[in-house]
Design a protein around this ligand. Structure first.
Ligand code: FAD
Ligand code: MLT
Ligand code: ZN
Length: 462
């Protein structure tokens, strides 16, 4: 009997009514995320509907020594949800219920399979706000966001997903169910295991439910896009904007990134094209806030920090400006980009930019290089685009040969080789640039506590 037949038969016998698929289309779709460097090849996909079913599957997996890959919306950019070696994929698609809003706590209990945008809409319907926001929100799951501690475009004001998780239900790699923190704001009873699961990328267990905090909505906001002559000047602009405005986002993108977006429609934000653009979102409650924004623009023009700018005059215009930044990832996806997602402390960004720019100019003379990212968080996305006639493997190898140089700079500046996308498969060989040997040994020790049989997403992250 093949591994696939054994898995299907064993699951059928042990967990009645469990939805299982070995349909080739499902195997392809559920065996990969947004990365395109590994061939999907899971044995089967299961769709549990409850924490109990998840626990039963994990117990069987221990008995049978099956490797499990937890699967959310599969929008990951590091290969964390890739199943390329006959693993059993556990999809949380069916665990997608949003509970009733607890008004006193301003919290809601959600299934791990709730799509991020559905939670945002739920919050808005109740006069509240879920602030974790990024372009994949229409597909990504809350469980996946928690497992990657997703960031996005509002981290500057609201922080990462971690800030909004008040409780978790998880099934560990031992098959045991843990209820962690239960919505408490204060809980000083030792190690907070909830935080170990946030960012654990499916390597410790499966998140099945979460208690999520919601926020009050922001006041009226505007968006300003400024054209900037070079990358280091964006940080000078940021320093001034932080003082002048109540910022909720400070993003940047290069002119080539804009080109790739405009190739699919839309119009350039400014009359002139500039090497780089900074996008600022800020509270605009009236004339005084608007005057501050215009004052910042004039000062920046005078000091040659920017050469042109536009301030949104309506929500529609603000959304159009945002789309120039938000659509980049999707528009460059057809080029099978090699993605670097790096961060350093804010004060070190100018040095990072100068040093990386030199490496990129020397090592990538023949490839298109697209810069963008959450520069106000110290997080840069450096994307190398694959030329059409180059095979993916050869392209990946070419980019990997530059990694040591890029990551050496990141490490020298005390930065991270994965700011928000996770380690997954793609960044695992480079972990020692951000985590010491001692730290990595401790990470492996923690994994052994929660997943002593090494069935949870083996080969990923640690
Ligand atoms: P998946 O890709 O399905 O899984 C990600 C990891 O989490 C895997 O290791 C998987 O095994 C694990 N996992 C999933 N569900 C569970 C669970 N229930 N329990 C345990 N482990 C689980 N990320 C950002 O941080 N900021 C951005 O701005 C951003 N923008 C993006 C824009 C686009 C267009 C795309 C495609 C991606 C973007 N991402 C961004 C990356 C991605 O969307 C996030 O990492 C997201 O949090 C992944 O969620 P998911 O549900 O798709 O997870
Ligand atoms: C973004 O900031 O657009 C996302 O992290 C996706 C990406 O890096 O491509
Ligand atoms: Zn990002």
């Amino acid at each position: 009997m093949t591994l696939q037949q054994t898995i299907l038969q064993t699951l059928e016998r042990a967990v009645p009514d469990l939805r299982v698929s070995a349909d080739p289309a499902d195997l392809t779709s559920y065996g990969q995320d947004w990365t395109r460097f590994a061939e999907p090849a899971p044995s089967a996909v299961v769709f549990p509907a409850s924490t109990e079913e998840v626990a039963a599957i994990v117990k069987l997996a221990i008995e049978q020594q099956w490797a499990l890959v937890p699967s959310g919306g599969r929008t990951g950019l590091s290969g964390g949800a890739v199943a390329a070696n006959g693993e059993l994929v556990i999809s949380l698609d069916r665990m997608n219920k949003i509970g009733a809003l607890d008004r006193a706590d301003q919290m809601v209990t959600v299934g791990a399979g709730v799509v991020t945008e559905n939670l945002q809409n739920f919050a808005a319907d109740h006069g509240l706000f879920y602030p974790v926001d990024f372009a994949a929100k229409g597909s990504s799951h809350i469980g996946g966001n928690i497992a990657t501690n997703a960031g996005g475009v509002k981290v500057l004001r609201y922080g990462n997903t971690r800030n909004w998780v008040a409780g978790l239900t998880v099934v560990t790699g031992t098959g045991k169910v843990l209820e962690l923190n239960d919505g408490l704001i204060k809980n000083a009873t030792g190690y907070d295991l909830r935080h170990l699961f946030i960012g654990s990328e499916g390597t410790l267990g499966i998140i099945t439910e979460a208690i999520i905090r919601l926020s009050v909505p922001p006041v009226n906001q505007s968006v300003m896009v400024l054209g900037v002559p070079d990358m280091p000047r964006i940080m000078d602009l940021f320093a001034r904007a932080q003082v002048a405005l109540k910022l909720s986002a400070f993003e940047f993108f290069s002119d080539l990134a804009l080109d790739k977006v405009l190739a699919h429609g839309g119009s350039a934000p400014l009359d002139s094209r500039c090497p780089f653009y900074a996008l600022l979102e800020f509270d605009n409650e009236g004339d005084a806030d608007e005057a501050d924004a215009l004052g910042l623009f004039e000062q920046a023009l005078e000091e040659e920090l920017c050469t042109d700018g536009v301030l949104s005059q309506s929500d529609g215009q603000a959304a159009a400006l945002w789309s120039l930044r938000e659509n980049i990832s999707e528009r460059i996806a057809p080029y099978t980009p090699y993605k670097n997602d790096i961060s350093v402390r804010i004060g070190r960004v100018p040095e990072l930019l100068t040093r990386l720019d030199a490496i990129v100019a020397e090592r990538y003379p023949d490839f298109e290089v697209v810069w963008y990212g959450h520069i106000g968080d110290g997080n840069l996305h450096l994307n190398i685009l694959k030329p059409q006639d180059l095979a993916p493997e050869a392209f990946k190898a070419a980019c990997e040969s530059v990694n040591e140089q890029v990551f050496a700079v990141v490490s020298d500046l005390g930065g991270s080789i994965s700011a928000e996308h996770g380690v997954g498969l793609l960044k695992r060989p480079y972990l020692s640039h951000s985590r010491s040997e001692t730290e990595q040994a401790m990470l492996r020790g923690i994994k052994a506590v929660f997943d002593p049989h090494n069935i949870m997403n083996p080969g990923k992250t640690v």
